[in-house]
Structures are given as structure tokens and as C-alpha cells.
Design a protein around this ligand. Structure first.
Ligand code: PHE
Length: 366
């Protein structure tokens, strides 16, 4: 065996025996590096005689190729072994439950909106939306509240400057209730209509039970032959599901809204328990009282006509519920302003698990 063949056997053996990537890198530098042994041999090629070059030339090139290939092989197998070792120690148990509480919580307003949508979806209602920047025609005029109507003044409206009027010349405002979504829905859909419209509304008002922004959910049903009985049954069914108790008793009290005729304010019976109002029972019963919960009524025929429908053919009912108010009642908060303070301690205490979505089958507030 020539000296070069012997050297090749030695180097290939050393490379195969390298225990780790650092040792291997050392061997690469010692052989193919600038001052490496194989590099040194390659440099001698120029000074060989033609005869010598014929025999030693191929041997030296063979040596370089064998060393290069052995280094690459060993590198690949050491890297694969390193990856195997890493995978063996780094385990990820996909069956573990995610710890969702640490990631934040669902705000009671969002929770209640989800609960309301789930209950009404079961009754065949779709969710409709409208813009918070509305025009005075949809917020007032179409709802039978003309310019001179005292109800306009009662709404403490935030108006935009006149130079921001809409394309059709209407004054723009922050909607004071979700009722303009009634108008938008009646104008864009043909009956039968069954929608709820949850969202933000704005009024210039602020104390412990009023904030300049709050939340409502509007309900609207338009079809043939709709009457107050449908309204009462729908509200009773909703409130029983929402408060998760069967002893909900409603009292419909005659009232006035320009957009409904007749109008009814709906009260619910409750009892004071440990300094807290708990809904349930007849408000006239011993130890009970009535509390106003929402506004409702049969959609005024002028509103139906304003929206392009024939009031002799179609009628319906509408209601408006304060979401923040029913959230406070159900979950026992006493200051509305805390809803919008963004205090993380409050959110952690009153918030809901983001992974438990309200469903009728699984429990609405579970
Ligand atoms: N829009 C009324 C309010 O904000 C509530 C309401 C809605 C009343 C629908 C009747 C029908 O006070």
C-alpha cells in the first residue's frame, strides 16, 4: 500500500470515529483547511515529474475526494443523531388542555351579546348590524320622530358639525339607539323579517347608571298577522332562557315610543336578596317588586310605510333592551362605569373563559 493509500485509510477511520461535530470540524481543518495535510499534498502536485504525476496525481485526488465524502457523511449522521436526541427530550403533550384563563377573559358585555344571540338564533332570529355613525333620517325621521318632535331633544344626541352632512344632506350623528337598524333592515329585506341588532349607542349622559356609550340589542319581527301575543311570548321565552329560570313574570305597562303603537314598557318581578336584585317571581307577591327592563311595542304603521312596506299587509313588533343593564342584573355588578374602565382586576373577576362559548345545549353562561 502506498503512503497515500495508508493516509486515506487512517483519515477516513479518524473521521468515522469522530464523536461530535466539534471534533469533526477539527479534522476538516487539519485535512482540507489552508494548512491541512491533504491541502499540503495537493500543493506538491506542481513539483512532481510527469511520470510521478501519472501515479500520484490520481491517488492524491482520490484522497481528497475520500476525505471530503467521509466528512460530509459523518456530518450528516452526527446532525441526525443530534436532532434525534433533541426530539427525544423535547416532548409536547398535545392532549393537555390549553390554559385559556392566562390568555385573558371575555368582557361581560361580549358574553351577554353572545348569550342573547344564541338564544334568539334558536328562535329563528338572524343578527343584523348598522353603523354607529348614523344619519338623522334613520335615527329619527324614519322612526316617526320628526324634526320638531320633543323626543329628539330627549335623546341627548351627539351631532356632527353641519359641514359633515351625509351625501343626501342628512345631519350625521352617533346613533342614540339601535332602532335605526330596524329601518335599514326593513328597507333592504322583504318580510318575513326576524332579526336582533346588538351594538353600541351614544347619549350625552354620565353617572353611576349612565355612560355616554352603552349597549343595546334591538329586536324586530315583521310578517303577516303579527300581534302583541307574539311579542310577549318571545320576550318571556328569551328572558327565561337568559336568566336561566322558569319563574320569570312579566308585566306589560302601557307606554309611548314614536316608532311603536301601541307601546309597552316591560317590567320583570324581582326580589331583594343579600343587597342584590334577583329576578323571578310575581312583582306583586310578598317581598317582591317590579323593575323596568325594556321598551317594546307594535311597529308603528308610519314606520313600516317610511321603509317602503305596505302597513296593511305587514305588521310586526320591536323591542330594545339595555345589554349593560341585563348584564349587571344577571352577574351582579352595581356600577356601570366599571364596565368601561379597562381595569384588569375587574376583568379577571367578572370576565368569562374564552373557550366556553355559550350554547343552549351546553349551558348559556357555563
Ligand atoms: N329605542 C328605544 C330606546 O332606546 C327602545 C325601543 C326599541 C322601544 C324598540 C320600542 C321598540 O329607548
Amino acid at each position: 500500500m502506498s503512503d497515500i493509500e495508508a493516509m486515506k485509510a487512517q483519515l477516513v477511520g479518524d473521521i468515522a470515529a469522530a464523536a461530535d461535530l466539534d471534533t469533526l470540524e477539527g479534522l476538516r481543518v487539519a485535512t482540507l483547511g489552508k494548512a491541512g495535510s491533504v491541502t499540503a499534498l495537493l500543493k506538491t502536485m506542481g513539483s512532481l515529474s510527469t511520470e510521478e504525476r501519472k501515479t500520484r496525481g490520481p491517488e492524491i485526488h482520490g484522497l481528497r475526494e475520500a476525505v471530503t465524502a467521509a466528512l460530509a457523511d459523518k456530518k450528516a449522521s452526527l446532525e441526525a443523531a443530534a436532532l434525534d436526541a433533541k426530539l427525544a427530550t423535547e416532548t409536547l403533550d398535545m392532549t393537555l388542555p390549553a390554559s385559556a384563563r392566562a390568555a385573558g377573559s371575555i368582557h361581560p358585555v361580549s358574553q351577554v351579546m353572545d348569550e342573547v344571540a344564541e338564544i334568539f338564533a334558536d328562535l329563528g332570529f338572524a343578527v343584523a348590524t348598522g353603523p354607529e355613525i348614523e344619519d338623522d333620517w334613520r335615527n329619527f325621521t324614519a322612526l316617526n320622530i320628526p324634526e320638531t318632535h320633543p323626543a329628539r331633544a330627549m335623546h341627548d344626541t351627539f351631532y356632527f358639525p353641519e359641514d359633515r352632512n351625509g351625501a343626501d344632506g342628512n345631519r350625521m350623528l352617533l346613533r342614540t339607539h339601535t332602532s335605526p337598524v330596524q329601518v335599514r333592515t326593513m328597507m333592504s329585506e322583504t318580510p318575513p323579517i326576524r332579526i336582533i341588532a346588538p351594538g353600541r349607542v351614544y347619549r350625552s349622559d354620565s353617572d353611576a347608571t349612565h355612560t355616554p356609550m352603552f349597549h343595546q340589542v334591538e329586536g324586530l319581527v315583521i310578517d303577516r298577522g303579527i300581534h302583541m301575543g307574539h311579542l310577549k311570548w318571545t320576550l318571556e321565552t328569551f328572558l327565561k332562557a337568559f336568566f336561566e329560570r322558569d319563574d320569570i313574570v312579566l308585566r306589560l305597562r302601557p307606554s309611548y315610543f314614536p316608532f311603536t303603537e301601541p307601546s309597552a314598557e316591560v317590567d320583570v318581578g324581582y326580589k331583594q336578596e343579600k343587597g342584590r336584585r334577583v329576578v323571578g317571581g310575581n312583582g306583586d307577591a310578598e317581598g317582591h317588586a317590579w323593575m323596568e327592563l325594556l321598551g317594546s311595542g307594535m311597529v308603528n304603521r308610519h314606520v313600516i310605510a317610511n321603509c317602503g312596506l305596505d302597513p296593511d299587509e305587514y305588521q310586526g313588533f320591536a323591542f330594545g333592551i339595555g345589554i349593560d343593564r341585563i348584564a349587571m342584573l344577571k352577574y351582579g355588578m352595581d356600577d356601570l362605569r366599571a364596565f368601561f374602565d379597562g381595569d384588569l382586576r375587574w376583568a379577571a373577576h367578572y370576565g368569562f373563559n374564552p373557550l366556553s362559548v355559550p350554547t343552549l345545549s351546553g349551558g348559556i353562561s357555563a
